[in-house]
Structures are given as C-alpha cells and as structure tokens.
Design a protein around this ligand. Sequence first.
Ligand code: FES
Ligand SMILES: [Fe+2]
Length: 387
Amino acid sequence: MMATVVPPAPVREDLSPFPTGPGTAAGRYLRDFWQPVALSTDLAPGEAKPLKILGEDFTFYRGMDGTPVITAPGCPHRQTRLSLGTVEGNDIRCLFHGWKFDSAGACLEAPGQGGTLVQRTRVATYPAADHHGLIFGYFGAGEPPALPDIFGFSKKYGRDMENARVHDVGTYRRLCNYYINVENVLDLAHVPFTHRLSSDPTVTEVGFSASVGVVRDITIERSELGIKAVEVDADGYPTEAMVILPNAMHLIVGQRDGYLEQVAWRVPVDDETHLSFQVTTLHTDEPGAERYWAYKERQGALIAKYPDTEICAEQILRGEKSLRDFVDHPLLVNIEDHVAQMGMRFIADIGKENLAQSDKGVIQLRRMFMSRLADYVSGTPNVVHTW
Ligand code: FES
Ligand SMILES: [Fe+2]
C-alpha cells in the first residue's frame, strides 16, 4: 500500500511578526496603534526632516507654532523629498519648484500653474501629536484611537508614574528586528548574565540593584492588553515586565536608588532595524534624584568619547572589541542588550531555538501575538487600543 504523503503545512509568511512593511500582517497590526517616531526635541519649530518608520518613508516637520506634521515623503509635483522644503507658518514649500502645502495636505500655491491644479492637488498627511515628550504618528486606516494614557495606566496597576521624582525620556537605535526586543521584555532570565557588567557596582556608577542579578522563577499573567511577567521571591523590588500588545511595554525594576518605572515602544524602522522610545521615571528620594541628574550631566562627555552604541555593539560582534572596553560607557546596559539581540540577528533562525522553562513569558507572548495577527489576516481584528 502506498504511504500517504502529508504535505507540510504551508509557511504563513503573512503570519510572521517580523516583516512590518506596507501590506504585511504585522505591519497592519502595528499601524492600528499610535507609534512614537521621534523625541519631541528632535524637531524644532520650522524644521523639516525625512522619516522612516515601518519600512515606509515619510516627511515630518514642525510648524512655526509647534504643530508636528507627517506627510508622504515626496512632493506631488515631481516627487522630490518634501523634507528638503521650507516651513512657512504651519505650511511647507517644496524646494524644487515652490509648490506649497498646508498641514492638512492641501495645495495652497503652485507658482506658474493654473488654479484648478492647485485645487485638486494634495499630499497625503498622517495624524501626528506630541505626547509625553515624544512625537507620535498614526499610520492606520480611519480615525486614530486615543493616545496612550501612560499615567492612568500606571495608576491602574497600583503605581504612580505621574508623581515620581525623576522623569526622563530617551531613545536608542538597535540593528535587529523590533520583535526580538519586544520578546526580550519578558525574558527576565537574561538580566543576571547579559547585564553582569552593568549590574556590578564596582564597575559602574548607577544601575540595577544587586537583587536584579539573580535568576528567579517568574509568574505569567495574561490580560486583554498583553502578557506580564513578575518575579517570584525577589527581595527589594520584584521586577515586573509587561508587553502591551503589539509593541509597547511597562517595566518595574529595582535600581540602586529606589526603582525605575518605564513605558517604552519598540518601533520598526525597517525589518532589520528598530528604534526604542522610553518614558522613564525613577521612584526615589531627593538625594537619589540628585545623583541621577548629576550622573546624567556627566554622561554627555563620556558618551562623546564613543561612536553610537549600535556601532560599539557591531565592533564587539565582529570580535574587534569586548564589553570590557565599554565599562565607563554610561549606556553600557544598552550595549549589553545590543550585542545579545543583534547577535540573534534576524528571525530566519527562530525555528532553531530551544525555548525552556524561563522562556514561558516569551512563549505566551508569541502565542498571543500570533493569534492577534491571525485575526488581522481573517479581517476580524481583536485588539484593545485603550490603555
Ligand atoms: S517637485 Fe515639488 S514643486 Fe516641483
Ligand atoms: Fe536587557
């Protein structure tokens, strides 16, 4: 009797969390949420810049009254980059032939052209807003949801970010797929090893508390918003890490001065690079806050000694340097995470992993993320936008 050959299950390329370009399943999922695209301070009034997010190019500028505007990358006339243009009031005038567009995308002037052309010409614009020191953009279809209520979220989970003594905002670029860093949020077992150097008070000035440097069991909690991992049996402040689907996170982690509470996003630039944006607070006392800001002030000169952190990480990955060469780098924690995650490189290898007991948060997250993607593919999105 002939053996029945069962064909392998088709590879659902569209169900991968990794590609986020236009039309991909994960790309549609992420576009359904506000995404931070820059620090608010990255763009001064009257400034225009190119922007790349989710594998797509855009232009963004800030009107003279401070309003952030995101548009399609090219001018509707001959498609040169609109970011080369000049901001006039809250409008932008193209460098090439001077066509001018308002912040809603309407053409206001096209020098030397007829009036009907002006009336029917538009550049696409996308909702944009400053929120918690970040510029957010919305790239989905239809009306955007409410902006994430970070302080309300913190209160809902028994914390109080709003009244923490230190508030800070930051960003970094990492040369790997965003999803690797989303999963990393729930991988608490990496901390004692990946961050061995930066957790050592004999090596670095501020950083994780000693209690962070111990591998502990975690409990996993599921909610409609995502997956949360909480350390069991921690002394001091147990680490709590939650992925707020699809690509945001909330973190509580002990510091030498009190504890840190952070909300962050991992935002794809393209499929091999992402940006992280962090709204960070430190729950500490007055001396702890002073130490934080004094250290931060000294950081500038130290950081200037080195190339960007992702370049430092590439030097280590090529074997030219080691983490020990960066022990006085104020962003050593980042470099440690860079090398571990950039070392994983790209997800083609995801099937080669051997997920274990300490990966239960990662496993749960992957299931939930994939089931949400399947909902997108089937046309029945099942998402919660409100934090
Ligand atoms: S390309 Fe912009 S005005 Fe001609
Ligand atoms: Fe880390």
